[in-house]
Unconditional design. Structure first.
Length: 432
């Protein structure tokens, strides 16, 4: 019997390594079809999940129902699995280079329990070649087994979009790949158990790795183009959103918008590709240029605020500023790689008197520990500038009176995503 047949017969188990944004939904979906072991090194996270609570605040308690899953932080429990799915983060370091230690650490853990005939599938975003060049040697070293002969490996990149209730794991087409024809076929059939949208079987692991990393690099570049246009249009004295609205009347115009580009995917993955390109002796100019533009937008935004305060005869040294939103995108609690902090840091560098930040989704403890920012409720005004940085649902349908109550005379309203365009008349309005 193949590994697929043994799984559906419930003779073998799947183990999901890492129960974060990606791993937990995968474990739950597979748990409705086959026996699953959900593993995470953080014991407090495992305990929360055992009680039907999602540490990432993406899932409801009902999502945990009807699943055959054993949650654990014990490596010993992983020995009971035969099909391993690795879903740990792949961040970058302070030099914008891949930080593979979480991935290689998880790979080492799997290698320690790997048995002949086992499968290992990686979902963590990496540069093309990382699975076979970086991870496989760790599996071989830790297990004493031979790649392909004794165990199979595949890559199936995650495509989960945090905060998106429409495009979910089961409704997004899945890319799969394997180290040989047998592996590719079995891995594809396993994922077809849960992905209703269907599966695209790539010709090789490297193709699957490359497909994932360019998805986010492409989006990053498109947003960078719009960000650069917003800088140009600001100097021309025209509104970027009005330009996009007009240009979008042509059928093949790509409708992207300017903004702060953060998070653990779009703001990170392009660096994996440029790192690999550099290893191969090529400097990826276009990708680097896009990253530079997007990484600069927080500082650009802060400088515009300071310039506008000075233009209104407001001394930045005595100015009070309120920033609405601190997470990396709207309607999520994830603060990883939030570019709102760039705005805060740049404003601090100008000696702004007071910078308050509020967010209905972010954890006060997490954002204090990560960025040294204290969240407030936003009522300690008046403020000389109000910056709507992240358009959470709680912020998208407020009246101008709400902002006026918190504003000083002649205050600025900075609308990063253009949510309140044509709705603000009594405050000095500006958007990217």
């Amino acid at each position: 019997m193949s590994i697929y047949d043994k799984l559906i017969a419930k003779e073998e188990k799947i183990a999901v390594i890492g129960l974060g944004y990606v791993g937990l939904p995968i474990a739950l979906e597979f748990g409705r079809k086959v026996p699953v072991i959900g593993f995470d090194i953080k014991e407090d996270r495992v305990e929360m999940i055992k009680n039907g609570k999602d540490p990432s605040n993406e899932l409801s308690s009902s999502d945990f129902e009807g699943c055959d899953i054993e949650y654990t932080s014990s490596i010993e429990d992983l020995k009971k699995a035969r099909f391993y799915i690795v879903t740990v983060p792949t961040p970058i370091n302070e030099h914008n280079e891949p930080e593979l230690s979480p991935l290689l650490g998880a790979t080492k853990t799997v290698g320690q329990v790997l048995k002949k005939g086992d499968y290992v599938v990686f979902e963590s975003t990496v540069y093309p070649g990382a699975t076979e060049e970086d991870c496989v040697p760790v599996l071989e070293r830790e297990s004493g087994l031979s790649f392909r002969d004794d165990f199979k490996v595949g890559f199936s990149p995650e495509r989960i979009n945090p905060g998106d209730k429409a495009h979910t794991l089961v409704s997004i087409k899945k890319i799969t790949s394997g180290c040989d024809e047998e592996a590719a076929e079995n891995i594809t059939k396993v994922y077809q158990l849960i992905v209703k949208a269907g599966v695209h079987q790539a010709s090789s692991i490297k193709v699957a790795e490359a497909a994932k990393v360019i998805e986010n690099a492409q989006r990053d570049l498109n947003i960078a183009f719009m960000n650069e246009l917003s800088i140009i249009f600001n100097r021309l004295g025209i509104n970027t959103y009005e330009v996009i609205e007009a240009a979008a009347t042509k059928w093949n115009f790509l409708k992207f918008y300017p903004g702060l580009v953060g998070g653990h995917c779009i703001g990170v993955d392009p660096y994996y590709l440029t790192y690999k390109a550099r290893e191969l002796g090529y400097h990826a100019q276009v990708i680097h240029a896009g990253r530079y533009v997007n990484d600069s937008m927080g500082r650009y935004l802060a400088k515009q605020v300071v310039k506008k305060l000075i233009a209104k005869d407001k001394n930045p040294k005595y100015a009070n500023i309120l920033i609405l939103g601190a997470t990396f995108k709207e309607n999520v609690s994830d603060i990883r790689n939030s570019r709102v902090t760039d705005v805060v840091d740049e404003l601090r560098s100008f000696g702004i008197n007071k910078i308050d930040v509020m967010d209905p989704h972010a954890s006060s403890e997490e954002i204090k520990e990560e960025y040294d920012i204290d969240l407030v409720n936003g009522d300690d005004g008046p403020y000389d500038a109000l910056i709507l940085a992240v358009p959470h649902n709680e912020y998208t349908d407020l009246s101008e009176e709400y902002f006026l109550k918190r504003a000083s005379d002649g205050a600025l309203f900075i609308d990063v995503k253009g949510i309140y365009r044509d709705k603000i008349s009594k405050l000095d309005y500006w958007s990217l």
